[in-house]
Ligand binder design. Structure first.
Ligand SMILES: [Zn+2]
Length: 285
């Protein structure tokens, strides 16, 4: 390689690493192991996005809406733990304008499990975080501030209530008691953005699970092309795999029950994925 090529990130890093803007501080013990777990989950995500022919990439790849990652740790004083951290020292996992930030403590199994229990979640995994945050990326890439009418009909108006207000209401009052008749998860009830992200993440769970099951000959036939048949296959497979997990004392592999309104939202996600977002420009049928 010439010196110029070595200086060019497009020539020195793979497509997955080209999206990294901030990596963990490797002088801190254990951060290398945490980073390796994050990268393994990220690569699984990229593999699936490629399988689904979704368009994404880094600025170095010339992507019009570049995707990037910050893997960061909370900045603690190092004084040993009892001091509350200031707002500016806390890293929030989330997405903003193409940048996905992950707090690297999510790569610590004990920390992540503690948060899962506190937040009452059925699953909390690294791959789950990536699937949820990439959903926010695609919303912004495909819809920007103008989601198509069908999207608003299904998920609600993201401007009403405003995100911050919805966030405070959710953490003060929790999900509505009938949430499981309309949503895929409790967190999906928080705001239309989160409903989209939770629904999209379930869709990616489903597509990856069906693909893996077929590759390992756990499914007798090819993965069906029709969305509703794929979801039914996933749910039937889920019942059997949940029983396997219970046999081993593990949490259910597929804890979600999909009510009719969530199925309709998933159908919309499927149409968007198949159109690679171009559905945003398609008039509602
Ligand atoms: Zn979110």
């Amino acid at each position: 390689m010439t010196e110029e090529e070595t200086a060019d990130p497009a020539m020195t890093f793979c497509a997955a690493c080209r999206c990294n803007e901030t990596i963990p501080d490797l002088s801190v013990e254990d951060n290398r192991a945490k980073w390796a777990r994050l990268e393994a989950a990220k690569r699984r995500l990229f593999c699936e996005l490629n399988m689904l022919n979704l368009d994404f990439g880094s600025a170095a790849d010339g992507c019009a809406f570049p995707l990037s990652f910050d893997f960061k740790a909370d900045r603690s004083s190092g004084s040993g733990g009892f001091r509350e951290m200031d707002e500016g020292e806390v890293v929030y996992t989330g997405h903003d304008s193409g940048k996905i930030t992950i707090n690297i403590r999510e790569a610590d199994d004990a920390e992540r499990e503690k948060l899962r229990v506190i937040l009452g979640e059925k699953h909390r995994t690294l791959i789950g975080h990536f699937r949820h945050e990439i959903a926010h990326y695609f919303w912004e890439k495909w819809f920007g501030g103008a989601p198509p009418p069908e999207c608003i009909r299904l998920f609600g108006d993201p401007g009403n209530p405003p995100y911050q207000e919805a966030l405070e209401r959710y953490y003060n009052s929790g999900p509505p008691p009938d949430w499981n008749r309309r949503f895929i998860s409790t967190y999906a009830t928080m705001h239309p953005f989160e409903d989209w992200a939770e629904t999209f993440a379930f869709y990616l769970d489903m597509e990856a699970s069906l693909f893996t099951a077929r590759s390992l000959h756990l499914l007798e036939a090819d993965v069906p092309a029709d969305f509703d048949t794929r979801l039914d296959t996933m749910q039937e497979m889920g019942i059997r795999l949940n029983e396997m997990n219970r046999t081993m004392g593990l949490p259910d592999l597929v804890p979600e029950i999909v009510p009719a309104p969530a199925r309709e939202k998933l159908r919309f996600v499927d149409r968007c994925v198949r159109a690679n977002g171009a559905i945003a420009n398609v008039p509602v049928a």
